[in-house]
Write a protein that binds this ligand. Structure first.
Ligand code: UDP
Length: 361
């Protein structure tokens, strides 16, 4: 039985990291890295940290211009799909690499989509369009939560194709917790517990427009002045390329993207996270830390419902007010096991095995 996983970015590598070894053990597993995230800090560092083997293919896709990137992903993944002729392809999430679903579906290869059904109902996001396309081309849909499952059913995807499997980030964190706890990043950066803000922001709808990016930096500047706390901002290459002409205000400490253990150690110890990431609000809920999401919409309402995350939009006063509000809350948030119980990898494996064995896909 041959299963091909196709991925290409930091969050896909992290989330799939506990699933890859099970695929290796149970199937003939072909790992295909498109190379969508190609810098060391966003890619190879995670292979060594998360104890992953080398992928079978590194497609080194051409990134940059939208059409060039998508065409290269479709072209190069089609070539490996035709060469390997897998029984099934596993895709996670909503990145351009996931558009390998287009050639897979064209050649009649069944697709299992993990992280299916997320919807922000916001078409400004390239990821929203990718999600819809990938979901509707997939054979088996594996959402994290019931909320995502309902989104799929509302789009007329038949419930018999859907299995809720929980969020795989739980088992990644739990497996690596000893290494996270051992990280020396606090000492290295001379940071004290609950005495700094941690920031990530790199979504294209936030940083591609210089005016939006200026709002982010101005908010952080005001935050520094108001709370007198250090602001640590590991800068994603996309934001770096867009911020070349912007003067970084005082108090904001720009650093390179961190490895998973150092970053999650900072998450566990920050006063509050300010982010436009999808995964960060989930991790902060898991660590019971306050989070302010600087986006207009989210495909993950579960963290807001749990109480640990405020969707502040991209408005300076509202970001400041939201931070003030969430850090003043007396909190006892909890990661409900319905969001992910640490057994996602084995559930995914069982579902693929069952489907493959009965050739029902
Ligand atoms: N992350 C990391 N180093 C960093 C910033 C983030 O390891 O400097 C991790 C973070 O813990 C999370 C993931 O990268 O697991 C989030 O990735 P990203 O925000 O790029 O993607 P999204 O979650 O929005 O899809």
């Amino acid at each position: 039985m041959k299963v091909m996983s196709i991925f290409g970015t930091r969050p896909e590598i992290i989330r799939l990291s506990r699933i890859f070894p099970l695929l290796d053990k149970n199937f003939k597993h072909i790992m295909v890295n498109t190379g969508q995230n190609y810098t060391k800090e966003l890619s190879s560092v995670f292979f060594s940290d998360l104890e992953l083997r080398k992928p079978d293919y590194n497609l080194k896709i051409r990134t940059g211009q939208y059409g060039t990137e998508i065409a290269d992903i479709i072209n190069k993944t089609e070539q490996v799909i035709l060469k390997e002729n897998p029984d099934l392809i596993l895709i996670l999430g909503d990145t351009n690499s996931g558009l390998s679903a287009i050639p897979a579906s064209h050649h009649g290869i069944p697709i299992a989509h993990l992280e299916a059904g997320m919807r922000a109902y916001d078409n400004r996001m390239p990821e929203e369009k990718n999600r819809i396309l990938i979901d509707h081309l997939s054979t088996v849909l594996l959402p994290y939560t019931n909320y995502s499952r309902e989104n799929l059913i509302r789009e007329n995807i038949h419930p018999s194709k859907i299995y809720v499997v929980g969020n795989p980030i739980v088992e990644v964190i739990e497996h690596f917790l000893p290494k996270i706890d051992k990280s020396k990043i606090l000492e290295k950066m001379k940071l004290k517990q609950n005495d700094f803000f941690l920031v990530t922001a790199h979504r294209s709808e936030n940083v591609d427009d210089p005016e939006q990016l200026k709002i982010i930096f101005s908010s952080l500047e005001k935050l520094h002045k108001k709370f007198k706390k250090r602001i640590i901002y590991p800068l994603h290459p996309r934001t770096l390329s867009k911020s070349k002409k912007i003067k970084i205000p005082k108090g904001i400490e720009i650093i390179k993207p961190l490895g998973f253990f150092d970053f999650t150690k900072l998450e566990k110890n920050a006063l509050c996270l300010i982010t436009d990431s999808g995964t960060v609000p989930e991790e902060t809920l898991y660590f019971k830390k306050p989070c302010v999401t600087i986006r207009e919409s989210t495909e993950r309402p579960e963290t807001i419902e749990a109480g640990s995350n405020i969707l502040a939009g991209l408005d300076i006063e509202n970001i400041l007010g939201s931070v003030n509000q969430i850090i003043s809350t007396k909190y006892d948030w909890k990661w409900d096991s319905s969001l992910g119980d640490g057994k996602t990898a084995s559930k995914v494996l069982n579902i693929l095995r069952g489907k493959l064995e009965r050739r029902k896909i």
